[in-house]
Design a protein around this ligand. Structure first.
Ligand SMILES: [Mg+2]
Length: 182
């Protein structure tokens, strides 16, 4: 057990295999787990005593072992890739290629990841989706060259979920930083 009380339960062989596929798909879209972990650290460091990048990377890995997360990542990235190759029918193809702001299913799919860790996850997701820091902004800025309609929301959701997971664990283990009024 580490300081954040992460009693490690090894994933099943199937979950581990699917996680490897998820990591490979993300890498193929030029996203590393280290970059995702950096954003988790940035949004959570003010709230947890002694938080390390390693804790954040571990949290991202645990989140990516959950089946509903794996399914959301694989589904979203598959749709981005198919749209990029022009292999979807109209009018869906154009909506995805142009990241139509009224499409909305990219956010809905991402919420299936965010909801796992409750309302802290939802608040984090809203912030990340608006500010688009780091790798999320990079994914969003590739518009025109790549189709990343689902990727930016998926990344925001994974960061939000990994951060919310740490927040719950910090409360449980007494590592939560106490709010001090100015
Ligand atoms: Mg999007």
């Amino acid at each position: 057990m580490n300081e954040l009380g992460a009693k490690y339960v090894a994933p099943s062989a199937e979950a581990a295999r699917t996680r490897e596929a998820v990591v490979k798909w993300l890498n193929d879209r030029a996203v590393s787990l280290a970059e995702i972990a950096e954003l988790v650290y940035e949004i959570q460091k003010g709230y947890i005593s002694g938080l390390t990048l390693r804790d954040c990377l571990e949290s991202v890995e645990r989140v990516l072992e959950k089946r509903e997360v794996q399914n959301a990542v694989l589904t979203g990235l598959a749709l981005d890739i198919l749209a990029e190759k022009g292999q979807l029918g109209e009018p869906l193809l154009t909506m995805l290629r142009e990241d139509d702001s009224l499409y909305g299913i990219d956010e809905i799919l991402a919420l299936s990841v965010v909801n796992i860790y409750g309302s802290i996850g939802l608040t984090n997701f809203g912030y990340l989706d608006k500010v688009k820091p780091g790798v999320i902004g990079r994914a969003n800025n590739q518009k025109g060259k790549k189709v990343n309609t689902f990727l930016d929301d998926i990344l925001s959701a994974v960061v939000a979920a990994a951060a919310a997971r740490l927040a719950h664990r910090a409360r449980d283990t007494g590592l939560e930083k106490k709010f001090r009024p100015a």
